[in-house]
Design a protein around this ligand. Structure first.
Ligand code: ADP
Ligand code: MG
Length: 382
């Protein structure tokens, strides 16, 4: 933040100044005078899928990270039901916010800004968080920052390992997305090098778990079950053949792998044979982690990145972390891995991204922004 004293905007002023370019023209206005001398105190609200998250940070310092998950409501459906998730967000939002304030030992009047996931995600779920954040910003006379959920998964690492180096690649692996990103500036300059052309890595975990008779969400169950031989079955590594690499060097494909596991299991069952769960889970997991880590190393080599950062729910996976650590060490790359509970969806990642945007002088969002269910990762701030 600059030291220039700012006049706090009335919320209606933000709305009135917004229409020209769709964004309030108040710059970093709205920051309290104390924030000029200390890092901004930001509340972050996350509601893109089935976690209602409220995080509070001061700059890169984590003060609170409260998450209310509705996952148990979706288990019997084998996946997230959008309408159920939206209703759960409505019920959880205020109590989660109150818990976060109590944990951080702050009064809401002290905050400098409200960051919120504006996309991508489930539209009905996003709208609950966005409406809550707007109400909070409006009532408190504080600026609003509508930010990108995917970039939040990357930014969360700042809470653990501090500022990012100049050249950094991020491997984003979640239930809905799988991408390799070149992070030039976390606040406003992200380039997508490649992404999945079908299923996301987490989606593959969830679908294969179902085939193996494990509960939803399958990632943590496969992680735990995969104690067997990773070479028991050589499952396909999508988009790694030479002809695929020409067009899809940094892209991923996991739907063929999922089908291969299903076919293998069906064939065993037809023959009346047992399914060796530990071996099949390990073999599937090895195929996913092999491809993810090989392409991540290649992306670092291609961009000259010195650091690789991982984020998203699948970044909590034990084998992925081990294999990446091994290959990164071999390639001389520093690996940044957030602790597992910061890898899955949470409000702290949104708060720290908001704090980073404020520190970089990003303009607050207008109070009339809408949620964008397919917000591209290159749009950090709406
Ligand atoms: P999204 O933002 O797309 O909802 P999250 O970032 O919350 O996704 O991550 C959820 C996904 O992460 C799920 O698909 C889940 O199975 C997967 N996941 C969580 N923990 C692990 C793990 N230990 N190993 C593999 N996958 C995991
Ligand atoms: Mg996520």
């Amino acid at each position: 933040m600059t030291g220039t004293p700012q006049v706090r905007p009335e919320p209606f002023d933000q709305l009135r100044t917004a229409p020209v370019d769709g964004r309030a023209s108040t710059g970093s206005a709205g920051m309290s005078p104390t924030s000029a001398t200390s890092a901004p105190l930001i509340v972050g609200i996350e509601s893109s899928c089935d976690e209602t998250g409220v995080g509070i940070v001061r700059g890169h310092e984590l003060l609170a990270n409260e998450v209310a998950s509705s996952v148990e409501l979706h288990v019997r459906f084998g996946g997230v039901v959008p309408e159920v998730a939206s209703r759960a967000h409505l019920e959880a939002m205020v109590p989660t916010l109150q818990r976060a304030c109590a944990t951080a030992d702050i009064d809401l009047s002290e905050i400098d800004g409200v960051a919120v996931t504006a996309g991508p995600g489930l539209m009905g779920a996003l709208v609950v968080g966005l409406a809550s954040a707007k109400a909070l910003a409006y009532a408190l006379h504080k600026p609003l920052y509508g930010v990108n959920h995917l970039v939040g998964h990357v930014a969360v690492d700042l809470l653990e390992h501090g500022p990012l180096p100049e050249s950094c690649v991020a491997l984003l692996v979640s239930g809905g997305h799988t991408s390799l990103l070149e992070v030039r500036c976390i606040a406003d300059d992200i380039v997508e090098l490649g992404s999945t052309i079908d299923d996301a890595a987490g989606e593959a975990y969830d679908k294969v778990a179902r085939v193996l008779g494990l509960p939803y969400p399958g990632g943590p169950y496969i992680d735990k079950a995969a104690t067997g031989n990773p070479d028991y079955v050589r499952f396909p590594r999508g988009l790694t053949a030479r002809k695929d690499l020409e067009r899809h060097r940094f892209d991923f494909s996991f739907s063929g792998l999922k089908t291969a596991v299903a076919r293998w299991v069906e064939a065993r069952q037809r023959d009346g044979l047992d399914i060796p769960l530990a071996d099949v889970a390990a073999s599937f997991q090895e195929a996913v982690c092999d491809v993810l880590s090989a392409k991540a190393m290649d992306a670092c080599a291609a961009t000259g990145a010195t650091d690789l950062l991982i984020g998203g729910g699948v970044a909590a996976n034990g084998r992925l972390r081990t294999l990446l650590a091994k290959r990164a060490a071999e390639c001389g790359i520093s690996l940044r891995t957030p602790r597992p509970n910061l890898c899955t969806d949470n409000g702290a990642m949104i708060a720290v991204l908001g704090a980073e945007i404020v520190a970089a002088g990003g303009k607050p969002s207008a109070l009339d922004i809408g949620a964008d269910s397919s917000l591209p990762v290159s749009t950090v701030l709406l």
